[in-house]
Design a protein around this ligand. Structure first.
Ligand code: UDX
Ligand code: ADP
Length: 463
């Protein structure tokens, strides 16, 4: 099966970078990325590639190379579906905010809409690839909808979960640890798997392309994220213990990370993990386990989320407690709003929840983030519905200059580990702050000794 035209539904953080890299590596394949969101598509088509809607190091160069050659962004969803041999589904699958499974199960509304649209417009056989993170057995839902179209078109469903991490998406896509492809194990299923293997094999060594049945592939995605999140919650749990003892979490992480069975990655204590995947995927796992009556399994994984919520709350409380138990009317500078460095994505970012808690105590917050827009920050806070849009506007000031954020502040809180924060003129910041000048380093990126020599009172996670 030779694939010549690919369509990807969803031009977000997953669909955009993934398709850009496929287009770069396969110049003979026409890749069309579609989205209902016209403004998002317009940004992907902006003549200045620096204005594309997803910030990822290296991505704009790839878009510049492939766009207009074999990479296209459009809102003409039906046409792209009709023409394609292979359709990737990369739409959002947020946690349900209503009805059964509210707060835990994934909302599959968008996936189902996609399936129905594919079913409606297709006139030739297609391979449909699940790219979005989905609960186990979503493929059977897709199959069911697609099978009953009644227009004699044959569909093969593959699961090809995305393992890219934001901020390193381009590298992760160009040199992945592995590519996972799940499909039916009959002859036609295997043919479909082979077609997708052949695309990745253009740049990924064959031994790194793993093929499984659909269910293993779907569950592996949730499991990988659950394991990674669990490591962060584990180290964060111990960071609290370190703060009550003479132990230092950085030293503990180094000591255990050198055990080759444990390994050094994902052991950085922080203000809490964020991002669109970790929490959502664990909640999915918890929901699935509970739906089979596996309460101990569900409780076990749920604790990872409970710990993460505790870590965010604990960080906010530490600020309040240190500032003499009141932050009412006090200016607190936030450096960073993104859920991690090198991305403009803010979904589930710890900064949102820490800010919300401090605002509840009537603090005034000035935020600087090198990549996140003010509109996005206000949208994140408004989404929580804790206070009115006007109150958020009044209490939160978004600035373009970090020194302005810190001017006359009682405290500076580091919420994202942007590299540039390390190189600031901290003496200048100290001079402009109210005294005593406090720093709460939620990412352990600053040199505590140097800051203390300047005169700061420093609180870092886990020491
Ligand atoms: C994650 C998975 O890594 C990726 O494979 C999957 O495809 C999508 O979900 P992402 O959410 O983009 O990727 O970022 P990741 O690097 O995993 O970080 C998630 C969160 O954990 C961030 O908020 C990060 O700051 C935090 N984190 C990570 C820590 O607090 N400490 C660590 O040691 C590592
Ligand atoms: P992710 O991080 O998984 O890429 P995003 O929310 O960044 O998630 O992107 C998902 C995109 O999918 C959004 O831009 C949304 O507009 C788009 N989308 C959702 N449903 C459809 C649909 N039925 N047709 C086209 N685009 C869709």
């Amino acid at each position: 099966m030779n694939i010549t035209k690919i369509c990807c539904i969803g031009a977000g953080y997953v669909g955009g970078p993934t398709m850009a890299v496929i287009a770069k590596q396969c110049p003979d394949i026409q890749v069309t990325v579609v989205d209902l969101n016209e403004s998002r598509i317009n940004k992907w088509n902006d003549p200045n590639v620096e204005n594309i809607p997803v910030y990822e190091p290296g991505l704009s160069g790839i878009v510049a190379e492939a766009r207009g050659r074999n990479l296209f962004f459009t809102t003409e969803v039906d046409r792209a579906i009709k023409e394609a041999d292979m359709i990737f589904i990369s739409v959002n699958t947020p946690t349900k905010t209503y009805g059964a499974g509210k707060g835990q199960a994934a909302d599959l509304k968008w996936i189902e809409l996609c399936a129905r649209q594919i079913a409606r417009v297709s006139t030739s056989d297609k391979i449909v690839v699940e790219k979005s993170t989905l609960p186990v057995r979503t493929a059977s839902t897709l199959k069911d909808i697609l099978k009953h179209t009644g227009n004699n078109v044959k569909f093969q469903i593959l699961s090809n979960p995305e393992f890219l991490a934001e901020g390193t998406a381009v590298d992760d896509l160009l040199t992945p640890d592995r590519v996972l492809i799940g499909g039916d194990q009959d002859a036609e299923g295997k043919q479909a798997i082979e077609a997708l293997v052949n695309i990745y094999a253009r740049w990924v060594p064959k031994e790194r392309i793993l093929t499984t049945n659909v269910w293993s592939s779907e569950l592996s995605k949730l499991t990988a994220n659950a394991f990674l999140a669990q490591r962060v919650s584990s180290i964060n749990a111990l960071s609290e213990l370190c703060e009550f003892t003479e132990a230092n979490i950085g030293e503990v992480a180094r000591a255990i990370g050198t055990d080759s069975r444990i390994g050094p990655k994902f052991l950085k204590a922080s203000v809490g993990f964020g991002g669109s995947c970790f929490q959502k995927d664990i909640l999915n796992l918890v929901y699935i386990a509970r739906s089979y009556g596996l309460n101990e399994v569900a409780d076990y994984w749920e604790q990872v989320i409970i710990m993460n919520d505790h870590q965010k709350r604990r960080f906010a409380n530490k600020i309040i407690k240190t500032l003499y138990n009141t932050v009412n009317g006090k200016k607190i500078a936030f450096l960073g709003w993104a859920f991690k460095k090198d991305t403009n994505d803010t979904r589930e970012s710890a900064a949102i929840y820490v800010a919300d808690h401090l605002l509840y105590e009537q603090a005034k917050i000035a935020v600087y983030d090198p990549k996140v827009s003010a509109d996005q920050m206000y949208a994140d806070l408004d989404y929580l519905n804790t206070r009115t849009v006007e109150e958020n506007q009044l209490l939160v000031d978004v600035v373009q200059d970090p020194y302005e954020a810190c001017q006359d502040a009682h405290a500076v809180a580091i919420l994202t580990e942007w590299d540039e924060f390390k190189d600031y003129d901290w003496q200048k910041i100290y001079d402009a702050m109210l005294k005593p000048a406090h720093i709460f380093d939620g990412r352990n990126i600053l040199d505590k000794g140097q800051l203390e020599r300047i005169g700061f009172k420093v609180s870092a996670i886990g020491s």
